[in-house]
Structures are given as C-alpha cells and as structure tokens.
Design a protein around this ligand. Structure first.
Ligand SMILES: C[S@@+](CC[C@H](N)C(=O)[O-])C[C@H]1O[C@@H](n2cnc3c(N)ncnc32)[C@H](O)[C@@H]1O
Length: 290
C-alpha cells in the first residue's frame, strides 16, 4: 500500500541530533527513507546508527531495533523505555532549570554519574540546552540562549519553549512506542552481522564522510574513511534490504552496482541564524536495495 507521507504526522524525537533526519529541512529525506523502509516489506527494521531515533520511531515493523554506539544516546533511550525509571526522569527534567550553570555542570559531569536516571538527565540537559540543541558535545559550542524578541514561541523565548515542549509533550508521547523497541549499543558492523536475515531492512546513517562536511568535531564517536569502506563492503553482502543515507562520496562507489539504486534529494535548505537567509546545503543521497 502506498502511504502519503506528506499528510501523515511524524512522531517527533525527544532529541535533535547533528545529521539527524528530524528537522523540517530534512523532511523530504525522512519521507523518502520511511517510504523505502515500507516498500522493502520486511518485518525486522534495524536503525544501525540510531542517533535521535526519528527513523525508528516512525517505523511500523513488528521488530524494531535502535542501535547507537554512543553510550549517552543508548543510555538515555534505555532509561526512557523502562517503567521503573522513566517517570523519575521526566519528573527530574521538569524540575531542571533552563540555566547556563546547570548546562555546564551536566556537560562536564554526565559521564561520571552513577545513578542511571541522573546520568540520563545530565546527558539530556547537555544535549537539549546546547548550542543549536544538537548535542555536538563540542567544547567550543556553548549554552543555547536567545535575546531576539522576534524568536519567541508561546509567549517565551523559543529555546525555553522548545525545551519545555520536549519534556512535557514529546517525551511522554513516545514512551509506549519505545517500549516495543530492542535497544542495543553495538558497533555498526557487529550490529549488521547479528541482525542480518532475509526478513531484515537496515537503515544506515553513519556520520557524514569527513571531507564532505563543514563541521569536523561534532560527535563523541566519529567514523573514519576506513570505517566507511568497511561498512560499505559489509552492506554489499547483506541478505536483507538496506537503505543508506549521506552525502556523495567516492567511498560509496561500490553501491552504484546492481541491485543498488541511488536517489538524490535536492534542495535541502536551512535557515541561517537570526537573519533567516535560506542557504542550500549539499544534496542528500539515498542508496538502497530491496
Ligand atoms: C548521522 S548520526 C545518525 C542520525 C540519525 N539517523 C537521526 O536521524 O537522528 C550518526 C550516529 O552514528 C553513531 N555512530 C558513530 N559511530 C558508530 C559505530 N561505529 N557504530 C554505531 N553507531 C555509531 C553516532 O553516535 C551518531 O549518533
């Protein structure tokens, strides 16, 4: 059955994430990925580089696997899916101030927390209250603040509004869906090895190849050119279906052979800063095989 994605509401993720497919500027890309996952007609969906979880959250397969090697993400989703911890996490987030000192404390200390809920809380503050709320963990990026009265939402600064909306609306909305997930913290290649079968569709969205992007130091866990090549070599042999997204790169040339197909999603645009100038970003490519 063909689904008109443009008229279906997307389930939001509690996280924004660098390179994530949850922003408005990435909606065309997200719709195309979700359509291909559905067209594969597979019953097991594995989001190998899960990030914000936006793709997994909008899938309808019976078996959904969210994987990310970054401990902060994996831990946050684990605490959120578990009934014994999620209410406590939401309550603590509701009591957390939107505050620069709190942000600095959380960014410096989240890894050292021994209480799982406090660790998830600190990780979330360090991500959502960060510059652009993208959780880059880049020490040069600072607390997200706004002094522009034209950027207000719901009668308050837009960054505070977005923070409250995520805690009060988005997080509670996804918990039931999240409880159906299997969550893993594996390296991508191990993840693919384990879950590969003729019933599986993989969604593969690694960090962009380094020489195709402007910002170099965005993730805690980066991906070298050798890792990209090993990933592609693994993918051309999988039994299941696979959908890969990224910017065009020579490293991805093996995906130009049959049965792989390539789709270019053009005109990804982004609003730039307070001046609201539209800038064209690189074209997003989707390589896929059913
Ligand atoms: C481009 S982001 C994924 C964005 C995600 N698709 C979304 O829409 O939010 C890439 C992710 O890969 C993760 N990652 C990096 N190296 C990895 C590895 N070797 N295995 C699994 N995940 C890895 C990073 O932690 C990061 O969250």
């Amino acid at each position: 059955m063909w689904i008109r994605r443009d008229i279906i509401a997307i389930i939001e993720s509690p996280l924004n994430w660098y390179g994530g497919k949850g922003s408005n500027s990435q909606r065309k890309v997200l719709n195309s990925i979700l359509d291909k996952i559905e067209k594969s007609q597979k019953r097991v969906m594995v989001d190998v580089f899960g990030g914000s979880g936006i793709v997994a959250l909008n899938c309808i397969q019976e078996i959904i696997v969210y994987n990310d090697k970054f401990e902060g993400l994996y831990h946050f989703f684990k605490v959120l899916r578990d009934r014994s911890t999620n209410e406590d996490l939401i309550r603590r987030l509701q009591l957390t101030p939107y505050c620069q000192q709190e942000y600095i404390y959380c960014r410096n200390e989240w890894k050292n927390q021994t209480d799982p809920v406090e660790k998830a809380r600190c990780f979330y503050v360090a991500t959502l209250q960060s510059y652009n709320a993208l959780g880059s963990m880049n020490a040069k990026k600072t607390w997200r603040r706004s002094k522009n009265p034209n950027d207000c939402r719901r009668g308050m600064s837009q960054n505070v509004s977005a923070w409250l909306n995520k805690i009060d609306e988005v997080i509670p909305d996804i918990i039931e869906k999240l409880r159906t997930f299997q969550i893993t913290n594996d390296d991508a290649l191990d993840c693919i090895d384990y879950w590969d079968s003729s019933d599986t569709v993989f969604y593969v969205d690694p960090p962009y190849v380094m020489n195709t992007r402007g910002s170099k130091n965005m993730y805690e866990i980066e991906y070298s050119d050798t890792e990209h090549s090993n990933l592609i070599n693994k993918l051309i042999h999988v039994k299941g279906s696979a959908i890969v997204s990224g910017y065009d790169s020579q490293l991805y040339e093996p995906l130009l052979q049959m049965p792989w197909e390539k789709e270019i999603i053009s005109s990804v645009t982004k609003m730039a800063g307070a001046k609201r100038i539209k800038i064209n970003k690189g074209e997003e490519i989707i390589w896929y095989k059913f």
